[in-house]
Design a protein around this ligand. Structure first.
Ligand code: ATP
Ligand code: MG
Length: 357
């Protein structure tokens, strides 16, 4: 039968280790959400960008990888890395970091949310107290190779490493963060800087936030120094809604935020090219977990949540919300995988979540 349903084209790359175990559960849940909300998913299963592929071909990806992915709406990625056979820097630089750079995925997005049934390392917090997004600049800033060592090996040794912030690169991440804040109920944006200590680039970041914020009068801007900001992540996490930060500060915050919710093992992430000039990539934060691979006990929630972020990004917010509600319910009532103190398998968890959509 012909249909005018919307079709989303997804490149599905399980990668290595438990990536191969949690990916099918991601498919299961996303397919269920698609049928419920009336759109189609067309998965293209890709076996490259894995260490198995590297062992056969001497490279992580085929020469035409970019052309193969360019026509896709998004990339759904499991995990890469199998240090027994391929050094981590080879597998990582040969796959994920190439995507990030070549597809200009300049936003790294990570949610932090506290769920009932997940032990929170912060005392006295209950579900709903923590629910925010961290927006990290993903392409420039502190992570450059500009600099060098003077007088190496002597008492006078001096090391210089430059940070680079462009107006283009800074404004576009700020704009994304303002848009996200605007779309949320609280419309609150925290800007992480350090304008009292890093006295050239950080006051400039603050001024760019004010300039970009001119277009978003409905969003409240809250500039905070990174030191007090990290303390508040722990002491007053309920004050955050959307947090935007440079590459380095964002890197730190995007580990700390999910850690405060006890969900580092459940944490999803998105690497976005918001204009959709190139495909964006959605992956769990965790790695390939060689220690548990092959047992069918990996928790698939980070993979599934990453898939929900992907649907949201591709315009299916209702599907995202339904998946999040199902995850919330399963975390509360079970079944649970071993990392959360239960005995359920990867497949049982995937089926339970799909069953609630
Ligand atoms: P990376 O590959 O990002 O460097 P890593 O190799 O240090 O990360 P992971 O592969 O994420 O770390 O594993 C860290 C620990 O968490 C391991 O003990 C692993 O078994 C556990 N773990 C990771 N992901 C999951 C999951 N989805 N379910 C259960 N346990 C997990
Ligand atoms: Mg690893």
């Amino acid at each position: 039968a012909t249909t005018n349903k919307k079709t989303l084209k997804i490149a599905s790359i399980p990668g290595d280790g438990i990536g191969k175990e949690v990916m099918p559960e991601g498919h299961r849940v996303l397919e269920k959400a698609a049928s419920r909300f009336g759109f189609d998913l067309q998965f293209t299963d890709i076996e490259w960008a894995s260490c198995d592929y590297y062992q056969k071909h001497g490279d992580m990806m085929p020469a035409d990888w970019k052309a193969q992915l360019q026509s896709q709406d998004a990339i759904y990625f499991g995990a890469v890395g199998w240090p027994d056979t391929v050094p981590d820097h080879v597998s990582l630089w040969g796959s994920l970091l190439k995507f990030r750079r070549e597809f200009d995925q300049y936003i790294n997005l990570r949610p932090a949310r506290l769920f009932e049934g997940v032990p929170c390392p912060l005392a006295g917090r209950k579900a709903g107290d923590i629910d925010f997004y961290i927006v990290r600049e993903n392409t420039e800033g502190e992570y450059t190779n500009l600099g060098g060592v003077m007088y190496p090996g002597t008492e006078r040794e001096i090391v210089i490493q430059e940070s680079v912030f462009s107006r283009f690169g800074t404004d576009r991440v700020l704009k994304y963060a303002f848009e996200l804040a605007k779309s949320r109920e609280r419309k609150h944006l925290t800007v992480a800087t350090k304008s009292n200590g890093i006295a050239i680039s950080m006051p400039w970041w603050d001024s760019r936030a004010d300039a970009v914020g001119q277009d978003y009068p409905q969003v409240k801007i809250d500039k905070q120094h990174i030191d007090i900001l990290t303390a508040r992540f722990v002491l007053q996490p309920q004050r955050f809604d959307v947090v935007v930060a440079s590459n380095l500060f964002g890197d730190i915050l995007s580990d700390l935020g999910p850690a405060c919710t006890g969900t580092i093992g459940l944490a999803p992430s998105a690497n976005l090219n918001p204009e959709r000039k190139f495909p964006s990539l959605f992956e769990p934060v965790h790695g390939s977990a060689p220690d548990i691979y092959g047992k069918g006990i990996a928790n698939p929630i980070a993979m599934i949540w990453s898939g929900a972020l992907m649907l949201d990004f591709l315009g299916q917010k209702e599907a995202h919300d339904a998946i999040l509600n199902a995850i919330e319910q399963v975390l509360k009532d079970g079944p649970r995988t071993g990392d959360l103190g239960g005995k359920a398998t990867t497949v049982e968890l995937g089926k339970a979540i799909a069953g609630l959509i």
